[in-house]
Design a protein around this ligand. Structure first.
Ligand code: NAP
Length: 309
């Protein structure tokens, strides 16, 4: 058996409990988890918002990304071996397997060896949000001529997106509620706008002609599309549609995290060489894991990480 933050049955709350331990199948690895992070999908699952939207196989263990030591490998695994410290992401549209557990079983193709300079807490906090931010930036193809608004810059996805956007040479404007501007500037944003007031007016002050690109990691698509110049593009992590954006002279792109060893390795190497920060706002013990999920929507800056061992 394994210990996990899991939901035993429909309409129950998550709690630390024993769940069946998994034997890695071909192409999979089992990892002794050292740290796991909380993502929006965990908060939504815990709140019961996904009961009828995604298939649940009970007990449903929460958590989509983690770092830990490989305990066992299935047939055909060549990219990692027993004893390696790896980061990994659990992908897919089904809920059941999770990362907030003392052991997790995942496809080896969605794991990568963690460089020594990167802590397990950082690696766990980077996985899903780093891959999502990468997909958003890949969709936008920013250049130094762009002015980009990152909406949700104080969150996990947005914090990485601000840094990746700044690295392209584009002018970066990040959103923050009052009191959080310094955090966003510290990630490399040139300007910060208060999204709790009139966002359009605040963007106009710092970008009088509007922006050429928007990273949508939070907020109302129509409001965000409203600050785009004609011909601009909006990349959404929330599946925003052109209809929601409400403009036919801009391009709306959808970005999904593409979990591969190669993408994870790039993000981990950038963290190791200091070009990418993983802002961990708070760490929790395994016993506090449910609290971490509860705290997810409570105005944190960056990531919440659970230290399992
Ligand atoms: N497509 C994919 O593959 C994928 C993968 C992962 C996540 N996602 C989605 O991406 C989104 C971001 O994820 P995350 O992990 O970064 O979530 P998060 O950590 O909760 O970040 C969201 C941030 O947005 C801020 N915010 C709230 N309302 C806002 C508004 N109207 N305008 C601007 N900022 C606002 C929040 O800050 P305050 O409330 O403190 O102000 C918070 O810092 C979520 O919807 C998640 O489901 C998609």
């Amino acid at each position: 058996m394994a210990r996990a933050l899991a939901i035993a049955e429909r309409d129950e709350k998550p709690a630390i409990q024993e769940v069946p331990a998994q034997i890695p199948e071909a192409g999979q690895v089992r990892v002794a988890v050292e740290a796991a992070s909380v993502n929006g999908i965990d908060a939504a699952t815990a709140a019961g918002y996904l009961w009828d939207l995604m298939p649940h196989t009970f007990p449903v263990t929460l958590g989509r990304d983690f770092a830990g030591l490989v305990q066992a490998v299935g047939d055909g695994v060549t990219n990692v071996q027993v004893g390696d410290r790896v980061a990994g992401v659990i992908t897919g549209m089904a809920l059941g397997k999770g990362a907030i557990a003392d052991s997790a079983t995942v496809d080896a193709g969605t794991t990568a060896v963690i460089p020594e300079a990167v802590s397990s807490a950082q690696a766990a906090g980077l996985g899903l949000v780093g891959l999502t931010a990468t997909a958003l930036l890949d969709a936008l193809k920013l250049t130094a001529d762009d002015t980009v608004l990152v909406s949700g810059a104080t969150g996990g996805v947005g914090a990485v997106a601000v840094q990746l956007a700044a690295a392209t040479g584009a002018k970066v404007i990040g959103t923050a509620r009052p009191g959080a501007a310094e955090f966003v500037r510290g990630l490399g944003a040139h300007e910060v706008v208060d999204y709790t007031a009139d966002l359009g007016a605040a963007v106009q002050v710092v970008a009088p002609d509007g922006v050429t690109a928007v990273v949508h990691a939070a907020g109302d698509p129509a409001t965000l599309a409203g600050v785009l110049q004609p011909g601009g593009r909006l990349a959404s992590a929330l599946g925003a549609t052109p209809e929601q954006a409400g403009r036919d002279d801009v391009t709306v792109l959808t970005a999904m995290a593409d979990a591969t060893s190669e993408q994870l390795t790039k993000l981990l190497e950038a963290t190791a060489n200091g070009s990418l920060q993983v802002p961990v706002f708070r760490t929790y013990t395994f016993d506090e894991a449910h609290q971490a999920v509860t705290d997810f929507g409570n105005h944190k800056l960056g990531k919440l990480v659970i230290i399992i061992r």
